[in-house]
Design a protein around this ligand. Structure first.
Ligand SMILES: [Ca+2]
Ligand SMILES: [Ca+2]
Length: 220
């Protein structure tokens, strides 16, 4: 994708009024592929301030399509009734399956309620894995692939204090080893870096303290 094109377009976002809060989409796992329109970026709208937020039962915020412009997943007034242009949006329903519509400024409605048509491949949010799966359908652009094994959209993992190695299970000596092995090393601000036991974007003695304070606790 053209990063220059993307940067200019993102800077040009003029949508105002709603206070969305920062996107909780992962800084690396933020792209989904559309069969006819290329990549979509779920995180970086207005420097992440209006990117997609995954709530407990709904989405809100904006996706940027490199070739199709803005796609609005909802204004946060959930659950979305989806009966007209003032109350549309994407809800997270039973089993994580999505329902409702997003609106693309240049491409019209995108239907996330695809489970009735395609069953288990319906668009859904897999809360255990913290990522989207399945396929959404754009009336004018065809399938949006949320199911790729490499290029998918994920939520920033919730921090489990002490879990420096980011491996599920009990907090153990392995987490201390992980802090030491990455001590003072670079870390992502979203807390996803191995070694960053307290998820604050730096790896230091505080991470050793976090491991010890949570030793043998369980992390999902
Ligand atoms: Ca661990
Ligand atoms: Ca830290």
């Amino acid at each position: 994708m053209s990063s220059r094109h993307l940067t200019i377009a993102l800077a040009a976002l003029t949508i105002t009024s709603s206070a969305f809060g920062q996107s909780n989409i992962d800084s690396v796992k933020k792209f989904a592929w559309t069969e006819n329109c290329g990549w979509t970026n779920w995180r970086d709208a207005n420097s992440t301030n209006q990117g997609v937020v995954v709530g407990t039962a709904h989405l809100q915020g904006f996706v940027w399509g490199e070739n199709v412009g803005w796609i609005n997943t909802g204004n946060g007034g959930a659950p979305y009734a989806n009966t007209n242009h003032t109350n549309f949006g994407v809800n997270i329903g039973v089993g994580g399956f999505l329902n409702g519509y997003a609106w693309g400024e240049n491409i019209g409605w995108i239907n996330f309620n695809t489970q009735p048509q395609i069953g288990a491949q319906g668009a859904r949010y897999d809360s255990a894995a913290g990522r989207f799966r399945g396929y959404a359908w754009g009336e004018n652009i065809g399938w949006i692939n949320l199911d790729d094994s490499t290029h998918y959209v994920a939520r920033v993992p919730t921090c489990c204090l002490g879990n420096a190695d980011k491996v599920s299970g009990q907090v153990t000596f392995g987490d201390i080893t992980s802090v030491l092995a990455n001590f003072n090393g670079p870390a992502n601000l979203d807390g996803s870096s191995v070694g960053d036991a307290d998820c604050n974007g730096v790896i230091n003695f505080a991470d050793i303290t976090a491991v010890l304070a949570n030793f043998l606790s369980n992390c999902p």
